[in-house]
Design a protein. Structure first.
Length: 212
């Protein structure tokens, strides 16, 4: 007996991706197609936990998921910044969800395209959609999770860190510490840089911290 209030979903295997879209209630414009980082051990994430993005998605799938995302959000009549998540399977793309909000990919989209997403979001309420931007570089963001209870320290503040809690804050085991950013000419270069910076941050979490 499954009881009430439970939802059964099919398990689907594939590569996690998303499309960042600006909508004006009638039409929509895709800003970028992104790779989602899920459960990457070098970030400290476990299971299917979201841990960042790479923009743009490399290589692009055969199916035009950007056009699919545009049709979906336009049909829903959404306004502003929205994201559509996909799983890229051997049988083709599967839509996972529509996020009617700013997405975790915002930083990498802005870095890779040069578009001010918040400005585009505001303009969409006036019926103005941006042109589809050209990709200027590959950008990455990775969320680093605490391997143990850790204290935020001043020396964790780098030009390439973001979402940093106030120094002295205590982060519980498996909770997010901060984000590291990187940009380069391709995915391999960006992932390598993110991994190096993740290792540096995780090394800085070593040492005594308050037990919580």
């Amino acid at each position: 007996d499954w009881g009430e209030g439970l939802i059964a979903q099919e398990i689907v295997s594939g590569r996690a991706a998303s499309v960042s879209v600006i909508c004006d209630g009638k039409g929509a414009r895709a800003l970028a197609t992104n790779e989602q980082l899920i459960g990457e051990s070098w970030t400290g994430a476990k299971g299917f936990r979201y841990c960042g993005n790479i923009t743009p998605l490399e290589p692009l799938p055969k199916s035009d998921i950007a056009s699919m995302a545009v049709r979906i959000v336009a049909r829903l009549g959404l306004v502003g910044s929205n994201g559509v998540d996909f799983l890229l399977t051997e049988e083709g793309p599967v839509v996972v969800e529509v996020n009617c909000r700013f997405q975790g990919s915002l930083d990498t989209v802005e870095c890779a395209t040069g578009v001010n997403v918040f400005e585009a979001h505001l303009n969409s309420f006036r019926g103005l959609l941006p042109s589809r931007p050209a990709i200027q570089c590959t950008a990455g963001r990775a969320i680093i999770y605490a391997p143990r209870s850790a204290e935020i320290k001043e020396r964790m503040l780098f030009p390439w860190t973001a979402d940093v809690p106030r120094p002295g804050s205590i982060i519980g085991r498996d909770d997010p510490i901060l984000s590291v950013m990187a940009k380069g000419s391709n995915r391999v270069e960006v992932i390598s840089c993110l991994q190096d910076r993740a290792a540096m941050i995780r090394e800085l979490t070593k040492g005594p911290a308050k037990i919580i």
